[in-house]
Design a protein around this ligand. Structure first.
Ligand code: MN
Length: 296
């Protein structure tokens, strides 16, 4: 029993830097910060994180983004920091999200969707900065019906961190007594952190959950580890119940914690399943129109 009362910090075991730099369609200049294709189960239940921008877009009448494409077997979570994203999918989900808003799309059994800059933002131009996270589904839920959660800024609780070190917006999961609005299939926390402190502070996180801290801007001093800077991700040990920080200089960061899903990950492009056979079936089903079509 004594063991449980000791606060043992998690250790930062790995720093990951952006592994690729590419455009998704003509609207999203992304740095892929991690992907299951090289980290495998290490970040489970999280599969992939694309960081789009920050980049200034000039005013345009063009529709910038990516047209109709499918997904099956997981969820896409789009967090807007600056700019606007318009989305439409074949299950009837859709809408426009702006700064502070989050779109939590459950592709599950399959849908097709399109993702574009919001038309008003495109006409105005300006700074565009968006994160897109892919969250895996357990095998038993991969063929669940698609769903769409539009989470707007003012639905997301904001809590103050200890030692006045900053704030956490609780998008998913429970943190410091607040409950995030996102419905998830497995236990996880997704937190949008704004940190600034010359003093050490501690962020409580669950034992045995995958834990990754992604810095978007600023410099974060993780205790007994190298500093994390823009577009760098620290991966922490499963063991331990806190992250110990020595200081933070104007940091914006995303904290991901989740219970690992101990199942095989087999993916191809927009499909992430458990076996090659299921990937083949996803291609066949998409070609046959079983994931639906966008109506014009
Ligand atoms: Mn997509």
């Amino acid at each position: 029993m004594l063991m449980n009362t000791v606060n043992q910090p998690k250790q930062m075991v790995h720093i990951q830097r952006s592994i690729s730099n590419h455009w998704v369609g003509d609207g999203f200049p992304v740095r892929t910060l991690f992907s299951y294709s090289d980290l495998g189960q290490k970040l489970s239940p999280f599969l992939l994180l694309d960081y789009a921008g920050p980049r200034d877009f000039p005013p345009t009448q063009a529709r910038l983004g990516v047209g109709e494409h499918p997904h099956r077997g997981f969820e896409t979570v789009t967090i807007v920091y600056s700019g606007e994203v318009e989305h439409r999918d074949s299950s009837g989900g859709g809408g426009k999200i702006g700064p502070g808003d989050v779109q939590w799309m459950t592709a599950a059994s399959g849908l097709v969707h399109e993702e574009f800059h919001g038309s008003e933002f495109a006409r105005r131009g300006g700074k565009f900065e968006v994160m897109q996270l892919w969250v895996n589904l357990p095998a038993k839920d991969k063929m669940a019906p698609p769903a769409y959660q539009a989470i707007i800024n003012n639905q997301i609780p904001v809590v103050t961190l200890g030692n006045s070190a900053g704030t956490a917006r609780v998008i998913a999961g429970e943190f410091a007594g607040a409950k995030g609005p996102a419905r998830t299939f497995t236990p996880m926390q997704v937190l949008d952190l704004t940190l600034s402190s010359n003093e050490p502070f501690s962020i409580p996180v669950p034992e045995n959950h995958t834990t990754a801290l992604i810095v978007m801007s600023g410099t974060l001093l993780v205790r007994e580890a190298n500093p994390l800077r823009s577009a760098e991700m620290g991966v922490f040990s499963l063991e331990g119940q806190s992250i110990e920080i020595d200081g933070a200089d104007e940091v914006r960061a995303l904290l991901l914690c989740g219970e690992p899903i101990p199942e095989p990950i087999v993916g191809h492009g927009p499909f992430v399943m458990n076996t090659q056979q299921e990937i083949y079936q996803a291609m066949v089903d998409f070609q046959a129109g079983k994931m639906g079509r966008l109506t014009r």
